[in-house]
Design a binder for this molecule. Structure first.
Ligand SMILES: Cc1cc2nc3c(=O)[nH]c(=O)nc-3n(C[C@H](O)[C@H](O)[C@H](O)COP(=O)(O)OP(=O)(O)OC[C@H]3O[C@@H](n4cnc5c(N)ncnc54)[C@H](O)[C@@H]3O)c2cc1C
Ligand SMILES: NC(=O)c1ccc[n+]([C@@H]2O[C@H](COP(=O)([O-])OP(=O)(O)OC[C@H]3O[C@@H](n4cnc5c(N)ncnc54)[C@H](OP(=O)(O)O)[C@@H]3O)[C@@H](O)[C@H]2O)c1
Length: 266
């Protein structure tokens, strides 16, 4: 990538969720870097002793109005990018492509529909990231009714951001919506490889097939009254996309606004 296409930013904050597996970081943000909630950046790191910058796609966790950028990352054993990223510390440089990308955004859905429709955000692992940005953004609270966030992970410790989601009623920008109606947000953690009392333990695909997800949320997943966004493990995305398409959900196409948006992470 030529040098005029990216900026050098500085890491300002790190948080480890699961040592050696999951962490978040913040960096400074170039004032010219604009994005829509749900989009991703291309991040660059320079592995030690290398002249080349290695680039990877990363969804923004932070909201479009935040001064910083925040990202949520996996550590892949032997991964070219993450084995460098995980060792960066505050003060180190992170390169950020000047352009934001991606179509996992709610502005792709039909706008001329009642604001009572629900938005279902179904994620696995770090696929949670874009939904945190979307949830912190005002438009989603203004143009949807119930918001459903499902996060599927293998073990309880991987339920990153659960405390922040629980505290959204105190959020300075969108908190008032939850204070007015605490039932607007349905956060559904799913832990598939540990049995935890009161926590769903089957895959989201199974929970859709057996009706348990809709029962847990208390709402129907109905294309006439809902939009769906899927993000994370590509097999999960494929399997879920098939199921919601069978129910009548459609991705936007050729100018026809749809009610389904998906993003694969690998
Ligand atoms: C649009 C888009 C947005 C993305 N956003 C994020 C994000 O917000 N956070 C994030 O951690 N990653 C995200 N990724 C994945 C990211 O780009 C890299 O693949 C990841 O950082 C690993 O890089 P690597 O070079 O270490 O390993 P790679 O060589 O890129 O990947 C090696 C293998 O690791 C596994 N893998 C890669 N990424 C993940 C992941 N996120 N979770 C679980 N397994 C994975 C896959 O099996 C993959 O084949 C995104 C990818 C895309 C396409
Ligand atoms: N998490 C770990 O402790 C661990 C350890 C070693 C290596 N890794 C590697 O790290 C990578 C990412 O791991 P991860 O735990 O973040 O992601 P993951 O394997 O994508 O699992 C995240 C969640 O998605 C679910 N899922 C996976 N495929 C699905 C499908 N087709 N349909 C519905 N749900 C599906 C998983 O359920 P299931 O539990 O039923 O699969 C789990 O709840 C993988 O490549 C893995 O091999 C992870």
């Amino acid at each position: 990538m030529s040098e005029d296409k990216y900026t050098a930013q500085t890491i300002t904050w790190l948080h480890t969720w699961v040592p050696g597996k999951l962490f978040s970081l913040r960096c400074t943000r170039d004032p010219g870097f604009r994005f829509v909630a749900g989009q991703f950046a291309r991040l660059g790191v320079r592995p030690q002793g290398s002249e080349e910058i290695v680039w990877r796609a990363y969804s923004m966790v932070s909201a479009p109005y935040d001064e910083h950028l925040e990202f949520f990352s996996i550590v892949v054993d032997g991964g070219q990018f993450t084995s460098t990223l995980e060792h960066l510390r505050p003060g180190d440089t992170l390169y950020v492509d000047k352009t934001a990308y991606g179509f996992l955004t709610t502005d792709r859905f039909a706008q001329d529909v009642p604001a009572t429709r629900s938005l279902w955000m179904l994620s696995s692992g770090t696929g949670l990231a874009p939904f945190l940005s979307i949830l912190a953004d005002l438009p989603v609270w203004e143009s949807f009714g119930p918001l459903v966030l499902v996060h599927s992970v293998r073990t309880r410790e991987e339920l990153a951001y659960a405390d922040q989601i629980a505290a959204l009623a105190q959020h300075p920008v969108i908190g008032e919506y939850l204070q007015a109606d605490p039932t607007r947000l349905h956060y559904v953690p799913v832990v598939t490889r540990e049995a935890l009392p009161g926590v769903l333990s089957q895959r989201i695909t199974t929970l859709l097939d057996n009706g348990e997800l809709e029962r847990a949320v208390g709402l129907p997943l109905d294309p006439a009254r809902a939009c769906v966004m899927l993000c994370g493990n590509p097999e999960m995305v494929t399997d879920l996309r098939q199921r919601v398409q069978d129910r009548g959900f459609r991705a936007p196409r050729r100018g026809n606004p749809g009610n389904l948006a998906v993003e694969n992470y690998w």
